[in-house]
Design a protein around this ligand. Structure first.
Ligand code: ADP
Length: 169
């Protein structure tokens, strides 16, 4: 049984087993959540991301997939990096966004993580409309077959919080 919880706040301040990063495929850092995680988590995360690029993801991490590293100085054991799809209007594929949540939970299960914090993937620079992204995120997590006990959505502002709160039921 997985409990879904909502928090308005900064994902880098959460105490959980795993923090999910809305990364880009380079795995080498960026803005938004990604920048905040690397800033607060320190250089160990980037060092592991570089090693992953060199060993397994020479062309970058594909959209919809997930991979774990240390959480460095964050109050978590792991960061799970996933790459959300860029929103392209009617051509956007919601299954890729759902895949980010499903694959992150699959990686969490492999690690033995029981509490996992997610940001609203793709709703920042990648432009996915919040209400639609919230619906996709909640449905993907509800449908996931996972041993994770708590999935915590960490929403950065009131609008994002409201989008999830209205759909969590
Ligand atoms: P993407 O590139 O997948 O769109 P972003 O990091 O640009 O990712 O944004 C994803 C969501 O995370 C946005 O709703 C943004 O407001 C939010 N966000 C930005 N910084 C943080 C943070 N420190 N903690 C939680 N959410 C954040």
């Amino acid at each position: 049984m997985t409990t879904l919880t909502l928090v308005r706040g900064d994902i880098t301040r959460q105490s959980v087993d795993a923090i999910v990063n809305a990364a880009n495929s380079s795995l080498l850092g960026g803005g938004g959540v990604d920048g905040a995680i690397h800033r607060r988590g320190g250089p160990a995360i980037l060092a592991e991301c570089r090693a992953l690029r060199a060993a397994r993801y020479g062309r970058g991490l594909p959209t919809g997939q997930a991979v774990a590293t240390t959480a460095g100085d964050l109050d978590a054991r792991w960061v799970i990096h996933t790459v959300g799809p860029v929103y392209r209007g009617a051509d956007s594929d919601p299954s890729l966004l759902a895949s980010c949540y499903r694959e992150s939970l699959r990686v969490a299960d492999e690690l033995g993580a029981r509490t996992v914090a997610f940001p609203a993937i793709s709703t920042g620079v990648y432009g996915w409309p919040l209400e639609d992204a919230a619906r996709i995120a909640l449905e993907a997590v509800r449908q996931a077959d996972t041993a994770v006990g708590e999935v915590r959505f960490v929403l950065f502002d009131d609008r994002a919080y409201a989008a999830f709160a209205e759909r969590i039921g």
